[in-house]
Design a protein around this ligand. Structure first.
Ligand SMILES: [Zn+2]
Length: 469
């Protein structure tokens, strides 16, 4: 089977995104008024007689919520029951989930996204009038008394026909228009809604998407015959080894997209307009390689991470201290042949609390510890250790004894604390607050490597005693 790397196709697609899709776009002398107030500096383009406005006019001047999805090239305008999704250069828009055709699609020009004004306004419930002689678009909010007065027989630009819902005839194939992978997420875009079936395959691990009644669009099908395989490059750091797409010989009416995985990985499938997303969970699927042969499984959770620094003060960030201590505990515990250590994070990444719990449950941990540092008034200082369930009390007490001796900080005791990660886990679990980032004395120690090592050794001692290994 022939293989094609998609970089040239992506380059062409990028150009399509960057350039106006038609040479006929022109700055027009058109003005826009909303309830008889001229909109300030509306930079209007006319494309094939359709009035296009920058998306910021819609958000800043018409006042509608606008969300821009760079990866998908999609603009979502409005919210709730009144939502329009436009995709750059696509003539199909989604209006409250239903497909509607556009005479002119949203477009990008000079790094600005333009949307068809009349279409968007009408969907948002504005009355639209067009004064051809004056080249003025009049918009009226519902109930405005002037709505009926202008342009009794307006000459309507050709985008007046934008509102016809499209019923896709049976046998009319959809076209696969783009595939891309970034940020642990695969995006597949077609030119119209298609049914997507997803399945998980093993040996080797892969995720299969099957797009019914779909063929290749011009950008993707270039040179690919039935049975030929196209691939896209992916981030080598991800759990994906490659993504392949092809029309199988056994069924030429579908497009299959295969995500080849390095190891089993759970995922979420979602749809937005005519795009389908496969988001790989950061947490690997249950790992059967830990805890065998009577080994105990320890999960170490370093609190916070990435955009969530935790407590900040005295020149340190809690997330960094938590991780430094966690990695030191890991190094010590890994030396014990009767323990398997699993980290919720080993670098500066962020996990939701529920993801941290899922790590522990997936590997059927015997013990879970979450490492944190505290924050409060400048005077507050000391070491405290939390449990939530009675079955975690002995673990917390054992760890606290050793940690307190190592820090030499004020004893803030073992306490009950209703924290998510020690509540929702189902094995003995403790949350450690080593010291106070907000306290100058505690902080000067916390950032010290030798101090961190001493604390890590204390935690390890407590763990080994509790686990009986
Ligand atoms: Zn914290």
């Amino acid at each position: 089977m022939k293989k094609y790397v998609l970089s040239t196709v992506m380059a062409v697609l990028m150009l399509m995104f960057l350039l106006p899709h038609t040479g006929q776009a022109a700055s027009s002398g058109t003005t826009i008024t909303l309830d008889n107030q001229k909109l300030a500096n509306a930079d209007v383009l006319t494309v094939n007689q359709t009035t296009m406005v920058p998306i910021r006019v819609v958000s800043e001047q018409l006042g509608y919520s606008v969300k821009w999805n760079q990866a998908a090239g999609q603009v979502t305008i409005g919210s709730g029951a009144n939502t329009v999704v436009l995709t750059i250069n696509q003539r199909m828009a989604s209006v409250n989930g239903a497909l509607v055709s556009l005479t002119e699609p949203a477009m990008a020009s000079k790094q600005t996204t333009y949307v068809p004004l009349r279409f968007v306004s009408a969907q948002m419930g504005l009355q639209v009038k067009w004064d051809n002689a004056a080249k003025n678009v009049f918009l009226f909010t519902a109930g405005n008394p002037n709505a009926g007065q202008i342009g009794a027989t307006p000459s309507v630009p050709s985008d007046g026909g934008n509102l016809t819902p499209i019923v896709t005839p049976v046998g009319d194939k959809a076209q696969l228009q783009a595939i891309s992978f970034s940020d642990n997420r695969l995006m597949v875009t077609t030119d119209k809604l298609v049914t997507v079936k997803d399945s998980v395959l093993t040996g080797p691990n892969r995720i299969l998407l099957e797009l019914s009644n779909t063929g290749f669009g011009p950008a993707l099908g270039n040179g690919l015959a039935v049975g030929d395989v196209g691939t896209i490059s992916t981030d080598s750091a991800s759990n994906i080894s490659q993504v392949r797409y092809f029309v199988p010989k056994s069924n030429p009416n579908v497009v299959q997209v295969v995500i080849d995985l390095k190891s089993a990985n759970t995922y979420k499938l979602s749809k937005e307009g005519t795009s389908v997303f496969v988001s790989l969970d950061k947490v690997a699927a249950p790992n059967t390689n830990v805890g065998g042969n009577g080994k105990k499984v320890l999960v170490i959770d370093a609190g916070h991470g990435a955009h969530d620094p935790g407590a900040v003060g005295n020149g340190i960030r809690e997330k960094d201290i938590n991780l430094a201590i966690a990695l030191k505990v890991e190094a010590i515990m890994k030396k014990n042949p009767k323990v398997d250590v699993v980290m919720s994070r080993s670098d500066d990444t962020f996990l939701e609390l529920k993801e941290r719990v899922r790590v522990a449950k997936n590997v059927k941990a015997d013990v879970f510890i979450s490492i944190h540092n505290n924050s409060g008034s400048a005077a507050a200082s000391g070491t405290e250790t939390y449990y939530q369930r009675d079955s975690s009390k002995t673990l917390a007490t054992t760890l606290h004894k050793y940690i307190l001796a190592a820090t030499g900080f004020k004893d803030r005791k073992v306490q009950y604390g209703n924290f998510h990660v020690i509540r929702e886990t189902d094995m003995p679990a403790a949350l450690l607050e080593i010291g106070f980032v907000s306290n100058a004395g505690d902080a000067s120690q916390l950032k010290n490597d030798a101090f961190q090592q001493r604390v890590a050794e204390a935690i390890a001692k407590g763990l080994l005693e509790y686990m009986g290994v």
